[in-house]
Design a protein around this ligand. Sequence first.
Ligand SMILES: *[C@@H]1O[C@H](CO)[C@@H](O)[C@H](O)[C@H]1NC(C)=O
Ligand SMILES: *[C@@H]1O[C@H](CO)[C@@H](O)[C@H](O)[C@H]1NC(C)=O
Ligand SMILES: *[C@@H]1O[C@H](CO)[C@@H](O)[C@H](O)[C@H]1NC(C)=O
Ligand SMILES: *[C@@H]1O[C@H](CO)[C@@H](O)[C@H](O)[C@H]1NC(C)=O
Ligand SMILES: *[C@@H]1O[C@H](CO)[C@@H](O)[C@H](O)[C@H]1NC(C)=O
Ligand SMILES: *[C@@H]1O[C@H](CO)[C@@H](O)[C@H](O)[C@H]1NC(C)=O
Ligand SMILES: *[C@@H]1O[C@H](CO)[C@@H](O)[C@H](O)[C@H]1NC(C)=O
Ligand SMILES: *[C@@H]1O[C@H](CO)[C@@H](O)[C@H](O)[C@H]1NC(C)=O
Length: 848
Amino acid sequence: MALVLRHTLHFLVLLLPLFHHLTAAVQVSTEFLYPNFTASSIGYIEKDNVFLTSRSSTFSAILSSDSPQSPFIFSILHTSTSTVVWSANFASPAPYTSVLSLSAAGLSITLSNGSLLWFTPRFPRPIAALCLLDSGNLILLDDVNKSMWQSFEHPTDTLLSSQRLPVGASLSTPNGDYRLLVTADDVVLLWVLGDQQYWRLSADLRSMKYLDDPASYMAANESGLFLISEAGRALYVVKLPRTNLKFMKLESDGRFHLMGYSGNGSSLTEELVAPISACDLPLSCGALGVCTLLSRGVACNCPTSFAGSADGGCSPADSSARATLSNCATEPSYRSLESGVEYFANKFLKPASSGGNVSSCRSLCTANCSCLAFFYKNSSTSCFLVNNQLGSFLSPRSQGVFDSSEGYIKIMAQSQLDSGRSRNLIPILLPSITVLLALLFAGIYWRRGKRISRSRKSPKFATLKLWTSKTRDRGFAGAGSISDESDEISIPDLPTRFTYEELIAATNNFRTKIGSGGFGEVFKGDLPDKSSVAVKRIKTGTSGIQGKKKEFITEIAVIGSIHHVNLVRLRGFCAEGRRRLLVYDYMDRGSLDQSLFVPSGPVLEWQERMDIAVGVARGLAYLHSGCDRKVIHCDVKPENILLHSSGGVKISDFGMAKLMSTDQSGLFTTMRGTRGYLAPEWLTNSAISDKTDVYSFGLVLLEIIRGRRNWSMVAEGWSIGGTAFGEMGYYPMIALEMHEKGRYLELADPRLEGKATEEELGRVVRVALCCLHEEPAMRPTMDGVAAMLDGTIEVGQPRPEALGVLRVYGRGFLCSGESGKGSSSSSSSSYSGLSYPYISSQEVSGPR
Ligand SMILES: *[C@@H]1O[C@H](CO)[C@@H](O)[C@H](O)[C@H]1NC(C)=O
Ligand SMILES: *[C@@H]1O[C@H](CO)[C@@H](O)[C@H](O)[C@H]1NC(C)=O
Ligand SMILES: *[C@@H]1O[C@H](CO)[C@@H](O)[C@H](O)[C@H]1NC(C)=O
Ligand SMILES: *[C@@H]1O[C@H](CO)[C@@H](O)[C@H](O)[C@H]1NC(C)=O
Ligand SMILES: *[C@@H]1O[C@H](CO)[C@@H](O)[C@H](O)[C@H]1NC(C)=O
Ligand SMILES: *[C@@H]1O[C@H](CO)[C@@H](O)[C@H](O)[C@H]1NC(C)=O
Ligand SMILES: *[C@@H]1O[C@H](CO)[C@@H](O)[C@H](O)[C@H]1NC(C)=O
Ligand SMILES: *[C@@H]1O[C@H](CO)[C@@H](O)[C@H](O)[C@H]1NC(C)=O
């Protein structure tokens, strides 16, 4: 049947005198093509219009079009995933009557009237062959096989892991609106119209900085994404799961996606998306729209006194118009934004001035027609001007830093605008709310629809986007062989499955115990490959741990898929009968409490402490917003922060909260965590959220500064402030009072011997206090905390009125101290019938 069809088509093609040159070319060449070859969309109806494949068919050269007799794009395709990795004319599809030709002068696409649509540059020597390599590189060779031109040096919107993007080069979307650019010291995403950045590798929490040298190129290999120096050393590293091949693509909405291909089948896995938050895209809500991040997707609103406009953004609701480069007038007016509304590019902008006031900032904006809006930060007196083009704003809820700014949009009054034009337009621009919503939704659907309709060209990027958690769930459901009876469980990407015997051998029959908790005991072990591991033997039965093998393994797969340099790696697991064991990378310095609280032994230096704080903050930030699904740790404490002699800092026990909750509602029915690190919402039965971890982190941060437990007595030769607190005090309360007095030096661990400056201490104390705000919404996000700690953004001011809870706990501490109970004893739970969350590190719930 297919054969008959092919013959018919062949025959038809023969009949078309115009396309006589096509008949010879229907066959697909391998690796090489030689001059005086021509191809046109018409001749290639089968096989996706493939006319050339690489030696092992990994890549193919195609004339890709949505349907026969429609415009085509000359592209290189990764064959098994149908991913377009390079296109010649991707910004301007060629009419189907055009012809692609390879001649001694090079490659070109010629329109039917003879003009050139696309062509390679002139070469000093004639071209002898075109070659498609198994790396995906398309090369023009001269007669001594010297490369004259290669597609890898002219990337479009996609980069392969064998490819380098040198400094100054960029990936670009077909319409040219967005670029991924390698600069001398960074990789940035740029909104071209506004000349505004919306992402930087250096500011991304997932990247680790190693060196300060000038950059040479960006590249990915099977284990990560790198910015490499001229000497070939890594400046920035984003560690990623190991996959044979990685695709990096700048999507047309401005997002940068990195996808891994494991070498089997047609599936790609998403490994990195930048920026993480959809609200950080320049046009997340159209021009002047205000973006709010929801758990799934975003919500868009217009600022007060603005209404939706036909272009999908917002315009003044009255007869005036927002300023643009072309309607500049000398006396603009300004409309203020809701307090705390931010602009996506502000965190990457240099302030136009600092030290001025809001009126001097306004004058700066008025003086330059390029300026369309300005933001003034009261706390730092910085003035930011938004030039050239205005994109979307971030609603106060989408950020998490309190250092809020006042934003003003430049407006041109009706009288200043050209006469009739806008007057006639305004009524059209004021549709009812429903029409607006309809437009908005239509816009979203249209964009989605467009993406799907483009899926022929890049189906993997299109369908696997964003919601990988969903994909993953589906994947598991699909792996139907999971059953509690059978031990034959197969889930792709599962961490290694060990037998119990293997773990007995590895741990020398559980000889060396290195830790224990309500959750189980931890033993040191050595695997046959000589790597050291920590083996956690989970207490099952009464502990509430997922007894069902299927649920257990499903959770393990999720935990095992979370990779971050500050999260301890799950190497494998064992589930035999009722036995449940987890195998982690071994961290040779043990947990933070062992380094921090032990009076003898080497002192953790200040810089080391700060590295630990930043590492933990980044790890938590990644759990909260960097991976497929949000993971709330629920038990942030020094015991769960592990150190390695190489300087590594990793959080352990993440994902355990989910592993324990047996009900599927996602709600926590029993209290989890550890007394001493609990947020107030555990006691008030309020919702547990990522902000619960932020609170615990704030407490840990104070312990890092002090080098002692928050609830341990102030005694033995050092006192805080020398007064008021007597022998004891709840350290967070003291920190608050010292903050109010501006006396930070006295809060530091005396063992640091003054090596921490007052300025640094003040900064970190303020971050910690911000984390301790009673109202979860007033705490920063972990992203914000990490950025404040590493100095990327300014530190917000703690709000004393939101910290009253510390004083309540503080007074409770005094009472409990006076009642003669040892402050760190475990008899704490019954004090006055009230559970004070500060008192000891006793675990609240059994399983941990
Ligand atoms: C290709 O075509 C050009 C011009 O038609 C001719 O001069 C040249 O000899 C041809 N080359 C080959 C290899 O056939
Ligand atoms: C051929 O057509 C294109 C557009 O269809 C036009 O821009 C170009 O000028 C034409 N060239 C000639 C030589 O007519
Ligand atoms: C160029 O490479 C091809 C394929 O590897 C080979 O057949 C040919 O002999 C080479 N030509 C020269 C001049 O080296
Ligand atoms: C990937 O590149 C980095 C930086 O050049 C290098 O350190 C690492 O060893 C490479 N990994 C592999 C698997 O080639
Ligand atoms: C690819 O996966 C299938 C089953 O999923 C397996 O049978 C096959 O051996 C795998 N091939 C390679 C090259 O790994
Ligand atoms: C802002 O500063 C200028 C001088 O730089 C001063 O004249 C003006 O009164 C100040 N405005 C406000 C509102 O403080
Ligand atoms: C206005 O601002 C733009 C963008 O920063 C700048 O390039 C230009 O020189 C400024 N114009 C004046 C007159 O200051
Ligand atoms: C700005 O800061 C000054 C002093 O730092 C303060 O007096 C003023 O009330 C602040 N204004 C706003 C709007 O927060």
